[in-house]
Design a protein around this ligand. Sequence first.
Ligand code: ADP
Ligand code: MN
Ligand code: MN
Ligand code: MN
Length: 339
Amino acid sequence: MTFKAEYIWIDGTEPTAKLRSKTRVLADGDELPIWGFDGSSTNQADGHSSDRVLKPVFTCPDPIRGGDNVLVLCEVLDIDMTPHSSNTRALLTEVAEKYADQESWFGIEQEYTFFKEGRPLGFPIGGFPAPQGGYYCGVGADEVFGREVVEKHLDLCLEAGLKISGINAEVMPGQWEFQVGPAGPVEVSDHMWVARWLLYRVAEDFGIAATLDPKPAKGDWNGAGAHTNFSTKAMRENYDAIITACEALGEGDKPLEHVKQYGHGIEDRLTGHHETAPWNKFSYGVSNRGASVRIPWQVEVDRKGYIEDRRPNANVDPYVVTRLLVDTCCSALEKAGLV
Ligand code: ADP
Ligand code: MN
Ligand code: MN
Ligand code: MN
């Protein structure tokens, strides 16, 4: 007997990488082999030496095909088996290992927007729907667009065993969110990339495209972000660690270093309007959805917990945002003697 393995990888498209996948038929009992692909078609190689390597790093049941079929998330390597320059996962695993003793957890809120026939789902031809107000967590055919896809996606993620933790309708019509986590930096990112792949894949069956465009409708419409909730063991135990992490994110060049890597087009989304802080002005605060980093109300009450970095765009690479947060915050916590 045979089974199908869908090899999934992140390409070299600039400024924002895309997901790619192809199928390999394997015999029952086969190990998942290293595989190759044409890097010249994915902006990962020149035509004259185009082979790139797919190294399986995370596997789960394939809920689309069912049976014994699997999804296989891969890292991209050069043919000398070193990480390709587009391979941000390899950079993360190094940093994650360095600070593994601090036990970082992440919960990422992935916002996204459905498109059909060139406009956001729920937008009328050549015009606009009623202004924002009733759509967020709404109910009813006049408020909500695409729920059948969203429900199907949630079921598929659960069947695949991904750590998806919730879904909600967002502020703009056709805009939705799912959350992955809490989980460690590598795990939350692997699960997020597979959850994104499943989203695009299931939306196909409905003739709908899902996009992570951070500002899919210009004007008075919310953008799409990927709020990244973060804690370490110390932060889950004491408030000084929470404040130390927030201060570290605001220090010196850190705000710009982070924002520059939080997804293409971030200046268009972090305007200071629509529940965002301006991209070039760092702030943190309790309960404040207009701050760069929010300390949830309950965290201040409990004097422990996590922080929410509200800056990352929907199109951020989770391997990058988790690496930056671990690097910046864990090194500061270490320096402050809080670990
Ligand atoms: P919001 O109120 O901003 O919409 P959500 O409920 O959408 O927040 O998402 C919060 C995310 O934070 C979830 O993915 C949740 O798993 C995660 N989370 C909860 N506690 C922690 C923690 N201690 N460390 C990291 N992430 C956490
Ligand atoms: Mn949320
Ligand atoms: Mn949201
Ligand atoms: Mn949030």
